[in-house]
Structures are given as structure tokens and as C-alpha cells.
Design a protein around this ligand. Structure first.
Ligand SMILES: [Zn+2]
Length: 195
């Protein structure tokens, strides 16, 4: 009986992969929407994350990393995020009461009118430990803030989750995995579709 169950599961898994393959691609947020113009300004609130030992709590690293999208500009800011009002601001030292539980970070994507994005603030779950591209003490059980924020800024500019494993817009990431810093073809296709 047990053997049958395992076999059935194996077959189901294969079928899922086979049927999902032709439709594997990026997903845009719905309704489709974009910022009015580029570059999109996404400043990083200058109170960093206390678990990142790189001199700025990840602020400088994140500000640099998110420019990977090519349509984003960024700098540190002393202005805390104002929900519903641009600029889209990244907060590294607070979950903003929206990202609790198992999420690492979250973007408020509800501020838009028609096909125009008006704001999209990003918050970080401070119950986890993070590392950055500017940290030099190695990685153990920490999550890469650069990659996480490149992913979140994908949401900021209008992209949803991709089912392409290895893409930056894939919904999950493990600790000490730095692959999300680099955009894959699927991520770039999504961005080029929108901008
Ligand atoms: Zn996401």
C-alpha cells in the first residue's frame, strides 16, 4: 500500500513538471501597471538592519544592489516611508507590521490607480539575520539582503512571482544563497515587457 502511494506521487510529480513546462515564465502584477516614468526612485531609509555588520546596516549595499534592474535609481534617505506617497521606500529595520511569520520582506503593491503605480514601500522581517555584499564576516544562517531587495524591487516596478526556479522573482530563497543579486533572462524579460 505504501509503495503504491509513493509511485502515485512520483507519477503526479512528473506530470506536473511536464505540463507546467510550456507555460513557465514571468508573471506581471495584475492589473498590469507601471510607474509613470523611469528611472523609478527607490531610496533606502538610512536606519539600517542591526544584524548586518557592514557599517551601514545594509543601507549602502541595498541602495547599490537594486540598480541591477536598470530602471531604478536609489540613495540613502532620512525620510521614513510614507505609505501611499512616492517615493517607494525600503525599510530595513522594521517589518512595518506587514511582514511577520515566515516572510523575509514584503512590498505594499496596493498603491496604484489604473495602470499607474503611485507608491510601493518595502519592509523587512527583523526576526531573521541578514548579510550583505559589503559584509566581510562570511555567512551562516543569514539571508542575503542584496538579493532579497532586488526581488522586492521587482514587485515595486510591477512584477509578480515567477515559477522559473533560479530566477530572482522566484518566491523563496534559502540562507546564504546569493543568486538573487543577479537577474536571470526571465526577470529581464518581465522588466522589458513593462518598460
Ligand atoms: Zn515576492
Amino acid at each position: 500500500m505504501k509503495k503504491t502511494t509513493i509511485l502515485a506521487l512520483a507519477i503526479a510529480a512528473i506530470l506536473v513538471i511536464a505540463s507546467a513546462e510550456p507555460t513557465m515564465a514571468y508573471v506581471l502584477l495584475s492589473p498590469r501597471r507601471t510607474w509613470a516614468s523611469t528611472p523609478v526612485n527607490v531610496p533606502v531609509y538610512n536606519v539600517g538592519n542591526s544584524t548586518i555588520n557592514d557599517g551601514s546596516g545594509g543601507v549602502v549595499a541595498v541602495s547599490g544592489a537594486i540598480k541591477a534592474w536598470g530602471v531604478v535609481t536609489s540613495s540613502a534617505t532620512s525620510q521614513a516611508a510614507v505609505r501611499g506617497q512616492a517615493p517607494a521606500t525600503i525599510t530595513l529595520n522594521s517589518n512595518g507590521h506587514i511582514c511577520t511569520g515566515s516572510c523575509l520582506a514584503a512590498t505594499l503593491t496596493g498603491y496604484y490607480s489604473g495602470s499607474r503605480i503611485n507608491d510601493a514601500d518595502v519592509y523587512t522581517n527583523t526576526k531573521y539575520k541578514y548579510t550583505s555584499s559589503k559584509e566581510t564576516d562570511g555567512c551562516s544562517g543569514e539571508y542575503d539582503i542584496d538579493g532579497i531587495m532586488v526581488h522586492e524591487v521587482g514587485h515595486v516596478i510591477g512584477i509578480g512571482h515567477s515559477n522559473v526556479a533560479g530566477s530572482t522573482m522566484y518566491p523563496t530563497v534559502s540562507s546564504c544563497n546569493f543568486n538573487n543579486r543577479t537577474l536571470e533572462a526571465d526577470d529581464l524579460a518581465a522588466k522589458n515587457d513593462l518598460y
